[in-house]
Design a protein around this ligand. Structure first.
Ligand SMILES: Nc1ncnc2c1ncn2[C@@H]1O[C@H](COP(=O)(O)OP(=O)(O)O)[C@@H](O)[C@H]1O
Ligand SMILES: [Mg+2]
Length: 347
């Protein structure tokens, strides 16, 4: 049985709008005008125990709303959610024992108190046995390198330090599932890397199920074998990053180092007038960009290697970050592949 089941879930927010004019507030009191915002339109997915899933989408797509429903903070307007077999909003206390939550933009630590005091409070709230608490705290604090921070007031920590302490807080009670909503937002490269390697470790060693929203593709590449992309409250992709790269990344780039600048110019000339390629030359380096749906890559490589004698040759995929942005903008169908065509007769 999946540990998370989301079945045709929908969430509509009703907000009251204040009327214009001098007596607007007063009139609104008696005849309120409500506006509806559909944050999640119709989303279904299941997640198995031990999976590590990235939940992506542009701002306002409905990611945080989904996580709030999964954690029981919000109730769905329609559809069904089961987390560990129970409905999160119906039994928030039971649900809170099986999940840990980290919101990058919000803290569950007490700002003015030492970090350790918040942990003590969580120990008490969850009724964590002392032995477990001590073991978890010392183990996680060592891996996250926060031992030196435990007696410092939270407000004196840097964002990266605080984030590591937040993640520790979310795991003290040994939850089966960890929800992370933009945990690496605003962090520097080193802080991000520390957090990634910790999340990777608890997923691998303790089989903690991970659902992560992020804008950082390195997070996904490192942590998530599966990614779901939502847009305007609907799931538009559910699969691997590799599949996206293979099937939706349309551009390929070949970079060749030629023996000398003259050879590079000669090679570039062979592409002249061919609209299937974009070619640029810089001294003895030549760069050829094409759409791999139009051009058969292996045939092109054979031709280049046998007729141009490059000294070195490297291939690059389209920047995956740009690609995902394009999927956000144009939708998955617009960037979907057609079968490759020809070798694109270069001279
Ligand atoms: N409490 C709320 N009341 C009204 N609208 C909301 C509320 N929370 C979120 N929304 C709206 O729902 C949509 C989805 O928001 P959210 O789930 O936060 O998106 P994301 O996390 O993907 O950026 C947005 O249009 C947002 O303005
Ligand atoms: Mg959000």
């Amino acid at each position: 049985m999946p540990i998370i089941e989301v079945d045709h879930v929908n969430k509509v927010f009703k907000t009251s709008v204040r009327r214009e004019g001098r007596f607007g507030t007063f009139i609104s009191l008696f005849s309120p005008v409500t506006r509806q915002v559909t944050a999640v339109e119709d989303i279904s997915f299941t997640i198995e125990k031990g999976e590590s899933v990235a939940y992506l989408g542009p701002n306002g797509a409905g990611k945080s709303t989904t996580i709030k429903m999964l954690t029981g903070i919000l109730e769905p307007s329609g559809g069904n959610i089961l987390v560990g077999g129970g409905k999160p909003h119906r039994n928030r206390i039971h649900n809170s024992y099986q999940i840990g939550v980290v919101f990058g933009q919000r803290s569950q630590l007490l700002f003015d108190l030492p970090v350790r005091d918040s942990y003590e409070m969580l120990r008490y709230m969850y009724g964590i046995p002392h032995a477990h608490y001590r073991k978890n705290l010392s183990e996680f604090a060592a891996v996250l390198e926060v031992e030196q921070l435990l007696d410092r007031p939270v407000r004196t920590l840097s964002l990266g330090q605080r984030m590591r302490c937040e993640i520790l807080a979310a795991l003290l009670h040994e939850p089966d599932i960890l929800f992370l909503d933009e945990p690496t937002i605003g962090l520097d490269v080193i802080a991000k890397e520390r957090i990634r390697s910790f999340i990777e470790q608890i997923n691998r060693e303790k089989q903690v199920t991970i659902l992560l929203t992020t804008h950082d593709l390195d997070d996904i590449e490192r942590l998530c074998s599966r990614l779901m992309i939502i847009d305007k409250g609907n799931l538009i992709y559910d699969g691997s990053l590799g599949y996206i790269r293979e099937h939706f990344a349309t551009e390929r780039r070949i970079r060749m180092v030629m023996p000398d600048p003259a050879a590079a110019t000669v090679t570039a000339a062979r592409f002249e007038g061919n609209a299937d390629f974009r070619v640029s030359v810089q001294e003895q380096m030549i760069e050829i960009t094409y759409d791999h749906r139009q051009i058969d890559t292996s045939e092109l490589l054979r031709t280049l290697l046998s007729t141009c004698n490059p000294r070195d040759l490297a291939m690059q995929d389209e920047n995956i970050e740009a690609l995902i942005r394009r999927i956000y903008q144009d939708g998955i169908n617009a960037v979907h592949q057609q079968p490759p065509r020809t070798a694109g007769g270069i001279r």
